[in-house]
Design a binder for this molecule. Structure first.
Ligand code: FAD
Length: 524
């Protein structure tokens, strides 16, 4: 029968697979990492009857935490030491790599990680979309843990009578390593985090474009987020660059009423107008992570920078803007943070709020406590899977070294060193003094974050050059801003009200439409 023939052929399959993965098959990872140029060839040569492809993004923290689970299953089927080689080939594709963007598009990857299952031949030059049932490829809707994924695979193979019995996991014991350093953030460094905030802003925008995330239903959340960053981004060149994109938004991504809710909005191609817009200016640093720099290869940077961007926005909005800023941040993360677990959890936290924040203080504290809840959850996950950055363990934040007065009582269990634990709500069972926390956040993500921007920009990058340099400009976004974008926009921005900016933008769009109509009438 099918299962015994699989066992009989295990030897040749093993040899073939070893060949396939190269040399002695001693790969650091059991799952095969594929890219655009190897995808079809490797799957085409695979002796396996089925393939699993994990589409992930190297910046996606949830994908990193998922990797040990996926690897556990991959080790059963792939590689020289596989117990059941050649039945299923387990692969992964990094969609964050530019060269793989088209490949990921072919399989309609809209969140990470996405797991697809099917015969290898169906993947070769194949396509998949959630609406197409007949492609021979199927989404693995729940493969959250190694156990669940293996059960799913067992079930599929059982249907095909392709397995001798259910494959089991051989669990490795994870050391509960307790050697993470207690390393609270250096207060001096936060002023340099503004470069990371710029880089995260650019990265977020690139991801949105590359993943064609601008659709009829995400149009409004993106416009609102642009309005928020035009008014309150801590970096002047990001405020200026995003204002230019915002003013041209309707031309770049026209919302055709006939495309209503389902069709994609056409993504501008490489040669189109969008390449003329630089959301944070032309000189924005790339790959320069300072504050968010990782100590090993797997963590931090973009997601760390994104948090800091959100915190820096939260302390800059005005009381009367806080409710709108809250929904804007929630909708932005929900629509555009392609880390599936992250956006789901974050949205849950947004939805569980009884009433939106009414003041800057409420908004900043809500974001801070939500971040601490994420820290608390991840502290446990990262310890179990050893996927955290050992130099930057998750902790109840701010640690007492940064803000002693934030702690009402002695922070015995602070900083996650003791395991944090705690079931109850925000933040590691710390008795916080919220007034002090707010003052600290306002200082830390407000003035301190922007404090050395000017000097650093001039000294470290020779001023960045030209208009895009943040160099001789005032940095703080709150209060009056003068962005040289023409009188009308200048007036709207000078009022620096994010709500007013929304009104202005609508008026501006109407005016543009009116002039366009006038122009076409003249042509007639
Ligand atoms: C909105 C959002 C939701 C996320 N959800 C998930 C998830 O569900 N699962 C997952 O695996 N990953 C999630 N992540 C990623 C995760 O939170 C971290 O960003 C990632 O693990 C990198 O951690 P880090 O050590 O750089 O510190 P980060 O948590 O990224 O924090 C960056 C910096 O912010 C400061 N900070 C820390 N805590 C606070 C706080 N409470 N308030 C203010 N400042 C603080 C510290 O200086 C820290 O270095 C999410 C990220 C974002 C932006």
């Amino acid at each position: 029968d099918a299962s015994s023939s699989w066992e009989r052929d295990a030897g040749p399959r093993r040899a073939l697979l070893r060949d396939l993965v190269g040399g002695g098959g001693e790969l650091p990872d059991a799952a095969l990492e594929l890219n655009t140029s190897t995808f079809d060839a490797v799957l085409g040569r695979s002796p396996a009857r089925f393939a699993v492809v994990e589409f992930f993004a190297s910046w996606c923290p949830a994908c990193r935490n998922y990797k040990p689970h996926y690897e556990k299953v991959a080790r059963i089927f792939n590689g020289a030491n596989a117990v059941h080689p050649g039945i299923v080939v387990m692969t992964r594709v990094d969609c964050a790599q530019k060269m793989n963007v088209k490949l990921c598009d072919r399989f309609s990857v809209s969140h990470y990680p996405t797991l697809l299952w099917g015969p290898p031949s169906k993947f070769i030059s194949g396509k998949w979309s959630p609406e197409k049932e007949d492609s021979g490829i199927q989404a693995i809707d729940n493969g959250r843990t190694a156990e669940i994924l293996l059960n799913w695979i067992n079930e599929r193979l059982g249907r095909q009578a392709l397995k001798p019995s259910s494959f089991g996991l051989q669990y490795e014991k994870f050391d509960n390593e307790n050697t993470l350093l207690h390393n609270p953030s250096d207060p001096e460094q936060i002023s340099r985090a503004i470069y990371d905030v710029e880089e995260a802003t650019v990265e977020a925008f690139n991801i949105i474009l590359h993943h064609k995330m601008i659709k009829p239903k995400t149009h409004a959340p993106l416009i609102k987020f642009f309005q928020l960053i035009v008014a309150h981004h801590p970096s002047k060149r990001c405020r200026r660059g995003s204002a230019e994109v915002l003013v041209n938004f309707d031309d770049l991504w026209p919302l055709n009423s006939s495309s209503a809710s389902s069709k994609d909005i056409d993504i501008p191609n490489e040669n189109s107008a969008i390449t003329n817009f630089h959301i944070c200016g032309k000189e924005v640093p790339r790959g320069y992570w300072i504050f968010c720099r990782r100590s090993n290869n797997e963590t931090r940077d973009f997601s760390c920078g994104l948090w800091i961007l959100l915190h820096s926005l939260s302390v800059r909005v005005r009381d009367e803007e806080s409710s709108l800023a809250f929904t804007t941040i929630c909708e932005f993360i929900h629509s555009f943070f392609a880390c599936e677990e992250c956006r789901r959890h974050f949205y849950k936290m947004c939805s569980s709020v009884a009433a939106p924040p009414n003041t800057t203080r409420e908004l900043a504290l809500w974001l801070w406590s939500s971040h601490n809840r994420v820290n608390e959850r991840l502290l446990k996950t990262e310890r179990e899977s050893q996927t955290g950055d050992p130099k930057f363990p998750k902790m109840a934040w701010p640690p007492s070294q940064l803000c002693p007065s934030c702690y009402r009582s002695s922070p015995a269990k602070e900083a996650g060193v003791s395991g944090g634990g705690g079931s109850g709500g925000a933040s590691f069972r710390v008795d916080w003094s919220e007034d002090d926390v707010f003052s600290f956040l306002a200082r830390y993500y407000g003035a301190t974050l922007a404090s050395s921007y000017k000097d650093d920009d001039q000294i470290n990058r020779g001023g960045g050059g030209g208009d895009d340099s943040a160099g001789g400009d005032e940095v703080a976004s709150t209060g009056a801003m003068a962005v040289p974008l023409g009188a009308a926009l200048g007036i709207a921005l000078a009022s620096c009200a994010f709500g007013a900016l929304a009104c202005f933008w609508r008026t501006q769009q109407k005016k543009r439409k009116y002039f366009r109509q006038l122009h076409s009438l003249k042509n007639i």
